[in-house]
Design a protein around this ligand. Structure first.
Ligand SMILES: [Cu+2]
Length: 326
């Protein structure tokens, strides 16, 4: 109760960023307001829980039946009492609605000129697309800058969840959802998928990396030029991880959702049709662009197409990388 009164009296969101027993670190400008409302509801609930259960226990004892033929005269009505226990909760729920609704609107409408990042959820990987066309498996953002995320999905419904920013939004195929935030502290914050989306749902992880002032642009420029800076095989390895191939293909011989690519290049592959084909450059390329055309025997046709999502140069780099997996 004293904390509730203190909260109400200050009418200011908590300002520490460290998080506490119930809540993780506060990494965005919006987090404190969310936590304030959480604790407001939390302390109200604690108060009424104690009041109601306490009175109940007391009444059970106070009005117990003392002898078999004792029947109390029970009151039928108490108008002032009934008005009190209706009006006070009414005021509280209106307050909760108001704070929640205005907070929601603030979170839903992004400021003009926010930095825009395209987010795509796919089984089972997040991809973050930056304005210069570069795609990364993590969300990199500049500190103290409003960032708008435009979110969609390639397959089923996923949900982008960044606990430290108190943000969660569904990624729906065929539709764009949006949310925005302003990160307040450089650091790394976990991203989860919060909508059960199949086998590797719980591995659908990524990080938010908040860069200190001035470093985000440097990072982006450097990251975007990786095809020029690395050898094709190295760039291929990066793409292989970045574009989610690792979710389905191991490189150490274990079978996951798709066949392992260890030692596969240059050997024959048995297809569901009974045919055998050589695993060469052309086969790799067509497996990536047109995965449903030739299905490997013993596997389900679940690989998404990368048509329009990988450039020729990137596919060549991936082929060079697969060649190195001896
Ligand atoms: Cu998911």
């Amino acid at each position: 109760m004293t904390r509730l009164l203190a909260l109400l009296a200050s009418a200011n969101p908590p300002t520490t960023t460290s998080g506490d027993f119930w809540m993780p670190v506060r990494g965005s400008a919006n987090a404190a307001a969310v936590d304030w409302l959480f604790y407001f509801i939390y302390y109200i609930s604690l108060f009424f829980f104690a009041l109601i259960v306490g009175l109940m226990a007391y009444f059970i004892f106070r009005y117990r039946q003392r002898s078999p033929d004792e029947l109390g005269e029970g009151p039928s009505h108490n108008t002032p009492l009934e008005i009190t226990w209706t009006v006070i909760p009414l005021i509280l729920v209106i307050a909760i609605f108001w704070i929640g609704f205005t907070g929601y609107m603030k979170g839903a409408i992004s400021p003009d000129g926010a930095y825009e990042i395209q987010v795509v959820g796919a089984k089972w990987k997040w991809m973050f697309g930056y304005p210069n066309g570069y795609i990364d498996e993590n969300l990199h953002v500049p500190v103290d800058t409003p960032v708008r995320l435009v979110i969609t999905s390639d397959d089923v419904i996923h949900s982008l969840f960044i606990p430290a920013f108190r943000l969660k939004k569904d990624a729906v195929p065929g539709r764009y959802t949006k949310m925005w935030f302003r990160a307040t502290q450089p650091g790394e914050y976990q991203i989860f998928c919060a909508e059960y989306c199949g086998t590797s749902h719980s591995d659908m992880l990524a990080m938010t990396i908040v860069h200190p002032p001035g470093e985000f642009e440097k990072w982006l420029e450097n990251a975007a030029n990786f095809l020029d800076k690395m050898s094709p095989a190295e760039a291929g390895e990066k793409l292989f991880k970045q574009r989610g191939c690792t979710q389905c293909h191991s490189i150490d011989g274990t079978r996951i959702i798709g066949p392992t690519l260890k030692g596969a290049f240059g050997h024959e592959v048995a297809l569901t049709t009974g045919q055998k084909v050589l695993f060469d450059e052309d086969y790799t390329r067509s497996s990536i662009l047109n995965p449903q055309a030739q299905i490997v025997a013993g596997f389900d046709p679940v690989m998404p197409t990368y048509q329009g999502r990988l450039k020729d140069r990137e596919i060549s780099a991936i082929i060079e990388y697969i060649k190195t997996l001896k």
